[in-house]
Design a protein around this ligand. Structure first.
Ligand code: SF4
Length: 152
């Protein structure tokens, strides 16, 4: 995964290397949209603004940031920085091609780590697990259950 440059080869102006953290056996997996520039520079997911808010939520649930980073797995729908969007405000949402390119890595991560809890963060990650017709208010606070091999 670290050596992957598939999206660059497909012509997307991404910034590798892929960013993720954790190890097999982690009980919790966070899946975000894609790393930002600061995540690439720091070499760790959820490093800056988005991470601050996420770790405030996790702290409210009893998880302290350093301990969470040590024990659990953090990844994203695509793993390289996609760059700024054309308006210059915020980062570009990875295209369907980039998402498809990175999908096999996510499937392997979920199979290898086999977490008990997956927390999708942001619309792109949420759509991996819930019907796209659902509104955010219908999803937040609602759990989906999967067997170890496929959704049930
Ligand atoms: S985003 Fe994923 S598929 Fe694309 S180059 Fe990075 S690791 Fe490879």
């Amino acid at each position: 995964m670290l050596a992957c440059r598939r999206c660059l080869e497909d012509g997307y102006d991404i910034t590798p290397p892929p960013v993720f953290s954790g190890r097999p056996g982690a009980q919790v997996m966070i899946i975000g949209q894609a790393p930002g520039n600061t995540e690439v520079l720091a070499g760790r997911p959820m490093n800056a603004g988005s991470g601050r808010r996420l770790f405030e939520w996790l702290a409210a649930a009893g998880w302290e940031e350093d301990d969470f980073r040590r024990r659990h797995y953090m990844t994203s729908v695509t793993r390289c920085y996609p760059g700024r969007n054309s308006s210059g405000k915020g980062d570009r949402v990875p295209t369907r091609v980039e998402q498809a390119n990175c999908r096999s890595f996510l499937e392997r991560e979920i199979a290898l780590v086999n977490p008990r809890l997956i927390i999708p963060v942001g619309g792109l990650a949420i759509k991996l697990f819930y019907a796209s017709s659902l509104r955010l208010e219908e999803i937040v606070g609602r759990a989906a259950y999967f067997s170890s091999s496929r959704p049930c």
